[in-house]
Design a protein around this ligand. Structure first.
Ligand code: HEM
Length: 226
């Protein structure tokens, strides 16, 4: 593969990875805020979030590999995991490396979810959301297309999507904290939207055959709820 082809592949895969990372963020925040399309089951949204995040990792892997194999600039294999180790564009490539490290951390912690405490998993998951602004800074600071209009429009759309999802999450968090405070104070019984629906006749309460409900990713991320 020629250096020019690798360069195009780096740019294309980087942009696809950034869009997929944005979708991962938006779906993750929407799931924890319990925003859902009508007739769209919660588990389907969670599954979509998981699958898109895996796809994002695949595109980041292609992006990184092609950028290292492109000998026009020297980045070096170490720069894949060690931040600011690249002789070429140390700072902006370093931002990309930190974003990648955070993505790897969340992928590993999710793979080991049964073995680590929910608290640790949750903490890693929240920190990992930091990968998005770092990847965005890296893309605009490092990318050839950073100053092109279409790239700025794309970056703007991604930022608006993440900003809206984050804003909704904050509002939802405040509302549920307020509800918890009111219920705690015993002023008024407020219906709990997060409660499981009543089990159908013949089924154990909680919805699983064992009768015990496993905590879902949403449960772990929304532990602050009443
Ligand atoms: C979450 C991780 C990452 C994402 C989402 C990402 C995304 C992007 C995007 C969108 C661009 C701009 C492409 C363009 O202007 O057309 C870019 C550029 C670039 N990235 Fe990444 N990147 C990530 C991590 C990394 C890492 C770890 C490295 C290297 C070790 C790297 C190397 C590069 C290079 C060399 C460019 C410049 C390509 C050019 O000449 O335009 N990236 N990246």
């Amino acid at each position: 593969m020629s250096s020019t082809s690798l360069w195009y592949a780096t740019r294309a895969s980087g942009i696809v990875a950034l869009v997929l990372l944005t979708l991962t963020m938006v779906l993750g925040l929407a799931t924890t805020s319990r925003i859902r399309a009508r007739h769209w089951p919660g588990f389907a949204q969670q599954e979509l979030h998981r699958r898109i995040s895996i796809l994002a990792v695949v595109f980041v892997a292609i992006h990184v590999l092609t950028s290292i194999l492109d000998t026009y600039v020297h980045i070096g294999w170490l720069a894949i995991i060690v931040p600011f180790a690249s002789p070429y564009s140390r700072f902006w490539v370093g931002m990309g490396t930190v974003a990648l490290d955070l993505m790897v951390a969340v992928a590993l912690s999710s793979a080991l979810r049964q073995r680590i405490s929910p608290r640790t998993w949750r903490a890693i998951h929240w920190v990992a959301y930091g990968s998005w602004p770092l990847a965005m800074a890296h893309a605009l600071g490092e990318g050839t297309d950073g100053f092109k209009l279409w790239m700025d429009v794309l970056a703007g759309l991604c930022t608006v999507a993440v900003g809206a999802a984050l804003g909704w999450r904050i509002v939802e968090h405040r509302t549920s904290s307020e509800r918890a405070r009111r219920v705690g104070a015993g002023t008024r019984a407020v219906p709990d939207r997060s409660a499981a629906p009543p089990a159908p006749p013949g089924w154990p309460a909680g919805g699983s055959r064992s009768g015990r409900r496993q905590p879902s990713a949403t449960d772990l991320l929304t532990k602050d709820r009443p």
